[in-house]
Write a protein of this length. Structure first.
Length: 410
């Protein structure tokens, strides 16, 4: 279902070269130890694994085309499946990238990041830890943990073992991860089945020492008529606890953003939410995609959209439609006119997969009622927080010392 990997990558690296870095993704494997029920990767398998030769050809093409890849910084992203299943390959790729950047006197040599979204199961293995020690100063790693054991194990189950959740296998590695990456945040996904556990899960993650919890609902059309009401109730309860227990001082939850739920300027805000087309993904066959969500293993109904390969390069004609995407070209009129449109997200791959035809210009609106519920709870949160701060005479102090992760800017 949801594009957790690419969303988490964006979240992890948002404070590093924000908006200036090229995101290049290697799909190193389509295998994973888990079979998460909400996973958008419908075609995971054990056979399709990237070879070093394919990765090398992609790197050589990218580094030899500075006009095309002109950004001042780069994020080399590794995903799967579970990327750390291919840690030997990844280390070899990173060694080659680093050596070539140095040999070419490329500006990316001092301005690059290696980024990972992992299920955390292999995080403490000697090979992964050796890799982390080797490339620590160029690393961004996020571990996905969904909250309490009850919520996590509801969806994040071992492959072939529906009754076996993965919480205990992941949570044991959280202290090591946070010791190595103290400011790390996680990503939580909400589907209809685990709405009742939102409140307890966010509070639990705070208690583990994860101070920034990025959380959102899946984009697919899976929602039942009463889900928005249950969703709002959980968020209101969460808002009360975060504010009453002063958890807002050191923690943040992405459900509560000061600038969501407002009208959008038709000119200033007419941009695409998604970065498809500005990113580049490469699979084991050496095919190029505008985003991982357009690869075959990510699609339920549609054919993959391939924009080139490591032999022939990028076909600009196939890429061009993605570069013309903005809010107006793909949104129905109700979304353009919506008075609470800010913060309402979409996934370009899901738009394509859910569209009536083979178009990328039809926005899916399956989360409309969930966004409205979030906005109602968000308004409640900020009204209550600012009343509390005003009564305590701490509003000015809060604004001056607001942590970066609590910034009103999305």
């Amino acid at each position: 279902m949801e594009n957790k990997a690419s969303d988490l990558t964006a979240m992890l690296t948002k404070d590093w070269q924000s908006g200036a870095a090229k995101n290049i993704t290697f799909i190193v494997t389509k295998d994973c130890q888990l079979a998460c029920k909400y996973c958008y990767l419908v075609g995971k398998n054990e056979k399709e694994r990237m070879s070093f030769e394919t990765a090398k050809k992609a790197i050589d093409y990218i580094l030899s085309n500075r006009t095309l890849f002109h950004q001042p910084a780069v994020i080399w992203d590794f995903i799967g499946g579970e990327p750390f299943l291919e840690i030997n390959l990844i280390e070899k790729i990173c060694d080659y990238i680093t050596a070539e950047l140095y040999r070419l006197n490329h500006p990316w040599f001092t301005n690059h990041m290696f980024s990972f979204s992992t299920n955390g199961i292999n995080y403490d293995s000697p090979k992964v830890q050796n890799y982390i020690n080797k490339y620590y100063h160029h690393l961004s790693i996020g571990i996905t943990i969904d909250g309490t054991k009850r919520k996590h194990d509801l969806n994040r189950i071992w492959k072939g073992e529906e009754e076996r959740g993965s919480y205990v296998d992941v949570v044991k590695n959280i202290p090591l991860w946070l010791k190595q990456f103290p400011g790390a945040s996680t990503k939580v996904t909400i589907s209809t089945a685990d709405i009742p556990y939102i409140y307890e899960s966010v509070i639990h993650l705070f208690s583990l020492g994860i101070h920034e919890v990025n959380i959102n609902v899946v984009f697919e059309n899976v929602w039942y008529p009463s889900d928005d009401i249950r969703f709002e109730e959980q968020l209101m309860k969460l808002a009360d606890t975060i504010i009453d227990d002063n958890l807002y001082i050191d923690n943040a939850c992405s459900f509560f953003k000061e600038d969501i739920g407002k009208p959008l300027d038709p000119v200033e805000d007419n941009h695409n939410w998604c970065g498809a087309g500005k990113m580049l993904s490469i699979d084991a066959a050496g095919n190029f995609y505008p985003c991982t969500r357009f690869a075959a293993y990510s699609l339920r109904e549609k054919k993959p959209i391939i924009i080139g390969n490591v032999r022939d390069g990028i076909d600009q004609n196939k890429l061009r439609p993605f570069l013309t995407l903005d809010r107006t070209t793909q949104s129905p009129q109700k979304c353009i006119d919506c008075e609470i449109a800010s913060g309402c997200a979409w996934c370009q791959g899901e738009n394509y997969d859910a569209a009536e035809t083979d178009t990328i210009y039809q926005r899916s609106t399956a989360i409309c009622k969930m966004h409205k519920a979030r906005v109602r709870a968000n308004n409640y949160y900020w009204n209550k927080l600012f009343r509390k701060l005003e009564l305590e005479g701490k509003r000015e102090e809060f604004e001056l010392n607001r942590p970066k992760h609590q910034s009103p800017i999305c």
